[in-house]
Design a protein around this ligand. Structure first.
Ligand SMILES: CSC[C@@H](O)[C@@H](O)C(=O)COP(=O)(O)O
Ligand SMILES: [Zn+2]
Length: 206
């Protein structure tokens, strides 16, 4: 139980920090953190809430079928299936999804089902790449309105315990083994998007 409350505090703190940055405009975004491996249980944001307002009912515990195990009065995030797929196919412990102007604009610059690559910035080290001239690539998938179809497009890109997928004209989903790492990586990606959009086009390649 101590483990549960520690995880809850971690994800609440991330929600508060990201809310201060206006990364949950229009009720967008969803966050989760794993609380048990077998059976899979994770805390995930309730669907459709104003995520800049914080209360004790912000998160639900859901199982591997994305069903709330205690509270039936609220629905889990509509995108809980993506979080579930990540937890079932990696050792990730935390998943963060945000819509920002920068991550939307980046997807508009490139075709879907391709990837966008970044290099030449020190912040790439925050993504775990320490070699000189390291390059990081992020896939861009179509924004299927049917969430199981979105899940099918997402699944092939879950290739490790940390990673990221851009959804066209929608947002980014980032995962990592810990909440600290997931937040750090999300911030590094958003830094790269903003840097690229505000720089000359030469730092961007497909
Ligand atoms: C209102 S934003 C669009 C939503 O459908 C979705 O993309 C989102 O990020 C938030 O959905 P939610 O069900 O609150 O987790
Ligand atoms: Zn979304």
């Amino acid at each position: 139980m101590e483990h549960f409350f520690t995880r809850l505090e971690e994800i609440k703190e991330i929600k508060q920090t990201l809310a201060k940055r206006d990364w949950f405009l229009g009720t967008s975004g969803n966050l989760s953190i794993k609380v048990n491996d077998h059976p899979l249980l994770f805390l995930v944001t309730a669907s459709g809430k104003d995520k800049t307002i914080h209360s004790s009912s912000d998160f639900l515990v859901v199982d591997e079928n994305e069903q709330s195990i205690w509270d039936q009065t609220k629905n889990p995030s509509a995108e809980a299936i993506l979080h579930k797929l990540i937890y079932k196919n990696s050792n990730a412990g935390c998943v963060l999804h945000v819509h920002t102007i920068a991550n939307n604009l980046i997807t508009q610059s490139f075709p879907t089902n391709k990837e966008v690559s970044f290099s030449g910035s020190e912040i790439i080290k925050a993504l775990g790449l320490w070699e000189e001239n390291a390059e990081i690539s992020i896939p861009i998938i179509p924004n299927h309105a049917h969430i199981p179809t979105l899940g099918e497009a997402f699944l092939p890109h879950i290739n490790g315990n940390h990673g990221a997928v851009l959804i066209h004209n929608h947002g980014i989903t980032v995962w990592a083994e810990t909440a600290f790492e997931a937040k750090k990586q999300l911030e590094a990606y958003e830094f790269l998007f903003q840097l690229t959009l505000q720089s000359k086009p030469t730092s961007l390649s497909v």
